[in-house]
Design a protein around this ligand. Sequence first.
Ligand code: ACO
Length: 399
Amino acid sequence: AADPATDEEGSGLAVYDPGFVNTASCRSSVTFIDGDKGVLEYRGYPIEQLAEKSSFLEVSYLLVHGALPTKEEYDAWVHEITFHTFVHENIKEFMQGFRYDAHPMGMLMASVGAMSTFYPDAANISDPDNRRLQIIRLIAKMPTLGAWAFRHAQGKPYVYPDNDLSYTGNFLSMLFKMSESKYASDDRIEKALDTLFILHADHEQNASANAVRSVGSTQVDPYSSVAAGVGALFGPLHGGANEAVLRMLRRIGKVENIPAFIEGVKAGNERLMGFGHRVYKNYDPRATIIKQQALNVFEVTGTNPLLNIAMELEKIALEDEYFVKRKLYPNVDFYSGLIYEALEFPPEMFTVLFAIGRTPGWLSQWLELVQDKEQKIARPKQIYTGERGLTFVPRDVRW
Ligand code: ACO
């Protein structure tokens, strides 16, 4: 609704749009989504092709640079990222100072923010070479921080990066080395995790990208902006849905209980978690790819009773008029939690995995923002609903 009375800057129009549902906050050439057709493209390339034929580091290059790398560019990119996987020993000590039961997302958010003090050069965001260095550092170090947060919760010693390994192989090694996990070194597991990172790498103006842009619009260093993105992702409405799917599947317990559960959903008692999306009113293209990866992972880890419930739920819901009429299809979270659980990640780690995958997306959007001459400091308008012009009465008179 237009309310010129509250338009303090005098442009003549104030639009009330909570959550910016209908208001574009920026121009972007990073990610395209057509929710009605179920299309997701990074820099114009369909997600299906990238998930099948590319790697997370190549997709990161594509997102950040806007074009696919030549062989020389790719080799240099992989080399530079591999070279920067270690973090300063004092960051390690900083992380070791957290309580034994600290949430790994809290540890990740704090340690990413703390990195701004270790790299004060990052404040110089007008220098392109300097920006590139910080982007490389962040993409390289996120798995190290994430793996250490994981091991902290288990009371296990942190494992240093092994730069003979691939990006995702190195992450698995830092997570599971010296532990009992028998799956970590299997190529199918590495491919599944790498694919999940690709699928999560960007999703245009989601809440965490918006947080990165909003904080970045003050021209602060990228560590501070990305820490804000991690904070936004921490919220249950953003990164927490796959955990909710697992809780739901456990509650259903067995395939025979599905019809009664579906009836409860249709009666409006609860939602079918992992179904429906604000933007996708067709199959979430990421869900199809994740489903295949879940099947690959279960080939290695053995099947899981929760997977059978998930497959049956999906089958029933896709044929049920309630879901068909409302265009409710599985979203990216429907199967991702099952994969993470099969790999023995505790639910608190699910969002950390999301954050590692989303880092190149945040940074591509941050880069786009700081180079965009039209951008301004993020300072939305408000519609003021409070009192005006009251006279203050001091306490000794008032009481
Ligand atoms: N189960 C049952 N019914 C649903 C579901 C669901 N998962 N999602 C939507 N509906 C129904 C609503 O009750 C409503 O029905 P009505 O028209 O009879 O009132 C209709 O479908 C439209 O729902 P809205 O809430 O308007 O849809 P919106 O686009 O606002 O919601 C959301 C999208 C929040 C994702 C929703 O589908 C939902 O809650 N899903 C479950 C949670 C989930 O999986 N979240 C992860 C999203 S993906 C991500 O964040 C990476």
